[in-house]
Design a protein around this ligand. Sequence first.
Ligand SMILES: Cc1ncc(COP(=O)(O)O)c(C=O)c1O
Length: 381
Amino acid sequence: MAKIEQHHNTKDQKPPLTSLTRGTCATVNLSALVNNFVKVKRLSPNSKHIAVVKADAYGNGAEQVVTVLSPHADMFAVAFLDEALKLIANGVTLPILVLQGPYSKEELRRTHSLNLHWVLHTEVQVSWFDELFEDEALDGHQWLKFDTGMHRLGLPTTNFERLKNQYAKVFSDNGVLMTHLACADEPESEHAWRQTEQFLAIVKQTNMALSIANSAAAINLPKARKTYNRIGISTYGSTPFYNQELISLEPVMSLTAPIIAIREIPKGDTVGYGATWLAQRDSLIATVAIGYADGYPRHAPSGTPAIVKGQRVKLVGRVSMDMLTFDVTDLSEVEIGDIVELWGKYLPINEVAQHIGTIGYELMTRVSQRVPRRYIEEDYL
Ligand SMILES: Cc1ncc(COP(=O)(O)O)c(C=O)c1O
């Protein structure tokens, strides 16, 4: 304590800066991340693999993720131009696919010299490409997306022949035809299979490269494994199939926070804002330094699991901005400073997501910038 005061009192000495004073952090295991990507890649030895790193690599930190995936990926994919520019500023040299395509003709013109590939999902985007680039400049950077049933983005399949004739330059053999599946994560659904069949039927007269599969399709729908697979969530260790283990993946992000208070709550007392949780017995309640401002969802219900010292505990009461409360009555030993895992190595993120009524994608991507990311390389195998 005396030492810290000395720092503060000395004019020309700044207090030591450490980003881990609170102890709350998201540990990202880069070995697990690479292992997962390579494992999914091996399922399609004849395909190229695009590592989807939008939304800051699903919350795991794009800068570190692209560094370790660069030797294994053929391309990266992001949602929009700003995300691509960040990757380029970080030194990425692999081609980058922009999934939402150009928002304006100006955007396309300005980025002409960069190695960007663009998804073109509206006719106006196709026309910008057609107007701006001569054959050689196109150079396979155009990805024509067709809507086969997702009904979110994509050119109508009924216009395929007309578009192909009208924009013959953009539909040249060096381009890519793509579609996106709505239900690949539901192994029992026929929807993904029907979309794939429809896509393969309309594109069968062309020599262009094809791209259909996301993680779920790359793992479970062999017919969708074409020239390029676009792999996101499985790299980050969360199965796309809810709780079905169609492939075993290594957890990548572990979200942890310390216990900062422990109190005895007599039977009949309540815990937290709104007094929503009522102690049914004399209880021991631990307060943990993480909350909705860190990305832990406010609507997580009482009963959502976490792990302390290898044992499961349950969330009690409302999630606050900076704190959570857990019932630790049944733990044999617990003290202030003990680390709680909210999800990760010992508690699958999808299990937590199910309790909260969401998916692993949302939990990961919403971990806020207030939570420091710590990178490790640890082989579980
Ligand atoms: C067009 C497109 N392809 C591929 C992916 C990767 O999907 P997943 O994370 O399920 O592998 C996404 C992610 O949302 C996407 O939007």
